[in-house]
Design a protein around this ligand. Sequence first.
Ligand code: PHB
Length: 391
Amino acid sequence: MRTQVGIVGAGPAGLMLSHLLAAHGIDSVIVETRERSEIEATIRAGVLEQGTVDLLVETGVGARAITEGAKHDGVQLRFQGEGHRIDFAKLAGRSVWLYPQHEVLKDLIAARLEQGADIRFGARDVSLRDVTSDAPVIAFTDADGTPVELRCDVIAGCDGSSGVSKWTIPESERTDYFRAYPFGWFGILVEAPRSSEELIYTHSERGFALISTRTPQVQRMYFQCDPEENADDWSDDRIWDELQSRVAGGGFRLAEGRIFDRGVIPMRSYVCEPMRYGRLLLAGDAAHTVPPTGAKGLNLAIADVVVLARALDSFFSTGSTELLDAYGPTASRRVWWAQHFSWWMTSMLHTHPDSTPFDVRRQLGELDLVTSSTAGATHLAQAYTGWPLDR
Ligand code: PHB
């Protein structure tokens, strides 16, 4: 089998890349280890930057994001029992949309299949070969057990933080920048009405909490916990006590309801450099991971493939590798902006196991400065709603 671009992974990066390439008449095949049903049911975060939504709409896959998603013109930072609104529309002239990642994936998968794309779900034993040659290969076993060798002009490694692509780059050629945080997020899904029109990011003495939403009837909430915490050890009453005490102040209370999903999410920052090795190009979580505090994961994957699709278009239409050579350096600029923003939001809002009274008092000073100064709030608003896409 052959294709122009072999894509490993049917997540946001892989699907969007295939979608953008198709618009340039470039052929791709996507190889994915999970089943379609699993991808479409896996719950992830749900904040889309303005630029991500604009791109979905302009390329014909944004209709449901607009009609079923919700536009948010601001968020609240809450500390010392009081809420402080960051007005995105006023400060940055941009907004974000709450629309879950798996819904974006459903829309992209449907659009790709409708255009006749070849997506191999349920593939096994995926490995990459000859990536420094002109004819790299994705070898895998098809869902029906057939061994396949997919010969490509270029391979895009879009297989997420635990995929095989980045490990194909020899250790001697790769730098792994990694940071683990000494806490995780305890996440729940709840059948309850909204407690707030906008997302609430809370700093409290007991630790961070985030009040988010999915639909008018289903809410998503998180609170900082030990990364080794077992979610099943917690009774519903204990979860509500913890959440209520973190957001308490001024009589504010969360609307409680039936908890129907729970889990602990690790918090990590990671970047692999370079993002290119021979004819292998990494995009999305395969190349970098951010902690969820800045809601940047999916958006960063989309930003990568915008740059990559343009580079591939130039490569296939002119034969020049100039833009392919520039892909990593170009994409990595935004990657490090997002790394900084995600680290900053995380550090500002969480309590650290070894923090001193000085550290906590300093955090409160920082939160006060960010929410009361126009320059501070504008920085947060611009970063959260997303810097303009490079297109
Ligand atoms: C979510 O709704 O799951 C969510 C929202 C904002 C974040 C992270 C997760 O920063």
